[in-house]
Structure formats: C-alpha cells, structure tokens
Design a protein around this ligand. Structure first.
Ligand code: C5P
Length: 305
C-alpha cells in the first residue's frame, strides 16, 4: 500500500472527575469518553525516507512540536522502519478545544503507519507508544463510550454504547490543558470521593440513562484560566438546556461545550438557536465502539478484528 487515507475523530467527555495529583505530576482521573463523527483527515503517502507533516492550520505546530510528527518518529524508531512518510493533515476539529483533536490525529497516524509500513502491530502493541505521546491518545485506539482511568490512558469500554445527536459549540477561545490542570492545583480541592460516574455506570447497567448527573470537575479551573468565558459558556448552556438536551457540558479542559439530544430535530433547532446567537457550531453524532472500529477498519482496508 502506498497511500492510506483515514479520519481522526473527535471525543467529548460526558463526565470528568479529578481524583488527585499523581507522583508523576499528572492528575488521577475518572472520565467517560465518547467519540463523535466530527473529524480531521489524514493522507499518508509512502516516501523512501524522512517524515514530513503538512498542515496549514495556524495553531498546529510545525516540525517535531507536532504530535503527528512525534507519533511517526516514535513508531519509526520503535519498529526500526527504514521508509519515510508524508502526512497531509486537514484540521476540522477545533485546536485546543478539549475535543482531543491532536491526540486523535496521533492515534490515527500510528494506525495508518502501521498499515502503510506493513508492521502489523495492531492497537494493543501500539498502546505503549500511544501512552508516551499523550494521556488521551490510547483512547483513540479504541473509541466509543469508554471509561478512562489513571491519567485517562487506562480505557475500558462500557457495555451500553451511547447513541445521540451532538451539538458542539466552539467559543473560539483556545485553552491550554496544562494551564487548566495548574489551576486545579492552585485553587481547587480535587474531589477524592466523587461518585457520579460510578452511579452513572451502575444505572447504565440497569438500562437507565441518567446522563444529567454527570459533571466536569475541570469547568471551574477552565474559567479560572479564561474568565472571559464565564458569560459565554453560561449563554451556550442556557440555549442547549432550553432546547431540551439530555446533557450540556464542557468537553475536557474546554473551551468546546456540547449538548446531547435524543432526536435530530431537537438538535437542529438547538443548532439554529446557537447560530443565530452568533456561535460557531458543529452538528455531530456519537460513534459507538463498533462504528468507530468499522470506520477505521474500512480506511485501513482490513476486516474488523
Ligand atoms: O498528556 P497530554 O499531553 O495530553 O496532557 C497535557 C497536559 O495536561 C499535561 O502536561 C498535564 O499538565 C495535564 N494533564 C494532567 N493529568 C492528566 C492529563 C493531563 O495533569 N490526567
């Protein structure tokens, strides 16, 4: 294979609990990840040697500061690959928006290069490399409705995969994740005994939805980092709630906000209301673990494993 084209899907965090600070400087998390069909695109073309990443988005770093370049370099070193690659990256997922765009691009690059370079490693053997690249990268080797523990890099799929319409709102104010976690340490007490995700997962086993109990512990820290967002996020939330969403929340460290809807009509009315209030929005749908794997397998020219 000389060219591999694949999409890198965004995630939202349905809930996120910060349990404490770890010895390695990261934070112990309990989070529910959900992939959605908003995506970036990658085209990987075989070269004789060298790793070149092209992306014309102004917020995407050039050279080895780019997580896609790092993914390719790490994999080449790990698997002692002689060949090179040119990767063209088209961004659609807001950058520094809490939607995991960079992490997803990196995971897609690992999976795509595994195919392009004929390594045959598969997601499980790519997992240690993914962890080194970033805490959210391993999740994107899996996708769907997933419980994330540890730094967020220990991932376990839920039995019930969520199916919903998602309206994503981009307040167009990039926020740095590290800065948000820094505010958690300075001004907030991490909740060591937080049970909303536990309750949600238990109810889920009984077939109840109960999404509205989920919260994001990072929201106050994000507002400490970007105080000008307080009013904006509260307006966005107000419109989503009025439109009848089953959950409205900040995704990860923000600043993207999202609403989940059971019906397409409700979601499109919400989107219209948000757009007429001047917000940039994306209409999206959840991707279950099975749907996510199907999309990737098709792109990689493989039957589902
Ligand atoms: O691993 P990643 O590069 O995506 O994380 C970005 C930053 O977010 C880290 O440098 C760290 O400051 C913070 N973080 C954290 N605890 C986590 C995940 C991320 O403190 N579980």
């Amino acid at each position: 294979m000389r060219v591999v084209r694949l999409s890198a899907f965004a995630k939202i965090n349905l809930g996120l609990e910060v349990l404490g600070l770890r010895q390695d400087g990261y934070h112990e998390l309990r989070t529910l990840f959900q992939t959605i069909d908003l995506h970036d695109d990658l085209v990987l073309s075989l070269r004789k040697a060298g790793i070149v990443v092209r992306c014309d988005h102004p917020l995407v770093p050039k050279g080895s500061g780019n997580i896609v370049s790092r993914a390719a370099e790490e994999l080449a070193r790990f698997a002692r690959v002689g060949a090179g690659v040119e990767i063209a990256l088209t961004k659609r997922i807001p950058v520094a928006g809490g939607l995991g765009g960079g992490s997803s691009d990196a995971a897609a690059a690992l999976l795509g290069l595994d195919r392009l370079w004929g390594l045959g490693l598969g997601p499980s053997r790519l997992h240690p490399l993914a962890r080194r690249l970033g805490a959210d990268v391993p999740y994107f080797l899996m996708g769907g409705t997933v419980l994330g523990l540890g730094r967020g890099d220990e991932v376990y799929p839920l039995r019930h995969q969520l199916a919903a319409h998602v309206v994503v709102v981009d307040p167009e104010r990039p926020v740095k994740t590290a800065a948000v976690f820094h505010h958690i340490d300075r001004s907030l007490t991490p909740r060591e005994n937080s049970y909303t995700i536990f309750r949600f997962v238990s109810r889920d086993l009984e077939g109840e939805k109960g999404l509205s109990i989920l919260t994001n512990d990072l929201e106050e820290a994000t507002l400490a980092e970007a105080p000008e967002l307080r009013e904006t996020l509260s307006r966005i939330r107000g419109i989503l709630v009025e439109s009848g969403c089953s959950l409205a929340a900040l995704s990860g460290s923000g600043s993207s906000y999202f609403g989940l809807f059971d019906g397409a009509r409700q979601a499109s009315l919400a989107r219209r209301a948000l757009r007429s209030a001047g917000f940039k929005t994306f209409a999206s749908r959840t991707l279950s673990l099975g749907q996510y794997r199907d999309r990737l397998s098709r792109a990689l020219g493989r039957r589902r494993t």
